[in-house]
Design a protein around this ligand. Sequence first.
Ligand code: PHE
Length: 373
Amino acid sequence: NVDTFVSFDGYVVREDPTNNVPDTIFAKLGMQLHRRKQHPIGILKNAIYEYFDANYPNKFDTFDDLCPIVSVKQNFDDVLVPADHVSRSFNDTYYIDSQTVLRCHTSAHQAEILRGGHTHFLVTGDVYRRDSIDSTHYPVFHQMEGVRVFSPEDWEASGVDGTDYAAQDLKKCLEGLARHLFGAVEMRWIDTYFPFTNPSYELEIYFQDKWLEVLGCGVTEQEILKRSGKLDNVAWAFGLGLERLSMVLFDIPDIRLFWSTDERFTSQFSQGQLGVKFKPFSKYPPCYKDMSFWISDSFTENNLCEVVRGVAGDLVEEVSLIDNFTNKKGMTSQCYRIAYRSMERSLTDEEINDLQVDFFFPLASERPGAEQV
Ligand code: PHE
């Protein structure tokens, strides 16, 4: 079949005009860092499992091998994401075709697992988002989702209604989890909005002089429970970012390191050892390049970042807008600074100049000096 170009886990991906998944991203499917016992992400997953095991023995069912290719219905409709929500856009989400995406959150599995009759569960997996580039953002990362369903007898004796009861239980559970992982750490709750929970909160922890958002959570929208046949119940849900937490716990300074196969990184972690501080083997010097161009209305920073990653891969550390100028004719030019830095070696200016030629001549055959064919 000529239009079949790649397959994953029995799922055959066909060429489709809406496909915006570059090969470098597709190559991450199946890596499953969260299932590696010696990897910081796997170590953290197991430490969270431990907390739930200790506090709710044999209660939570765990899922960590669900396919990251999901339907638009699973990723968005089933969790009540409005039709016009930005997260549905091609700018924010990787589409395989118009009805199929790389899940942008583990919430994509909530509804089906609830329909399957589970009332306490944790779902861990790789999630995919188009985004800007800096030391805490990478287009593939890992989340753990937790859901707990209550029955009327759980809250009836408490004197508060089901929603308040679930909200209090949720905060208590997650504060306990944060203490289990961090010991003493400064945290704060922020009110926020998610389509699938109400009320909704974010938990932030203080790290490297900044408040870092580590999880989103809330009381599950009644409509989600209703659709799974749970008319009298109340539930909470949370989704936490495993990289963010690991960076804090293990002192990992850059999110790209999670993907490093350099032994100087991988050998520093072992099973069950949470919070061993990572010793940087060296901070190699950065190489900065500024690039300015006129932009059209359809320009987005996420698209630029995808192009930059396509050219530079994991050598790019940060892409930041440093100048924005609109002339009298209404044309806008922007200047971006690209910071290149390898985690593993020193880069040379020449090598980055050579690499950058790809921005202007994506095909080697079009480069100045290339042999004409
Ligand atoms: N899915 C949300 C996110 O990725 C996190 C979340 C999960 C929030 C469950 C509330 C409840 O940002």
